[in-house]
Write a protein of this length. Sequence first.
Length: 86
Amino acid sequence: MFETCKTPEDGHEKLLAWLQKAGIVYGAVLATIRNHLDNICNYFLNRTSSGVMEGINNRIKLIKRQAYDFVNFTNFSSRLLACLSH
């Protein structure tokens, strides 16, 4: 559906139809999807998601957890640049 729908309205319609079918399998998760349905349908405006940014944030958190022995921000920022610059 994410490849074939051209407008947010069309995506909204198809997602609602899918939610009807998926209720048996996914149960409680569907309430969360319904609460965020308008934001999910915004994907169809520009065909972009926040996935890349989420990945970068997770990588930064991992580096931060590994950086307990860094004594200043310069060392931490150098490590971030080294890990995220490829």
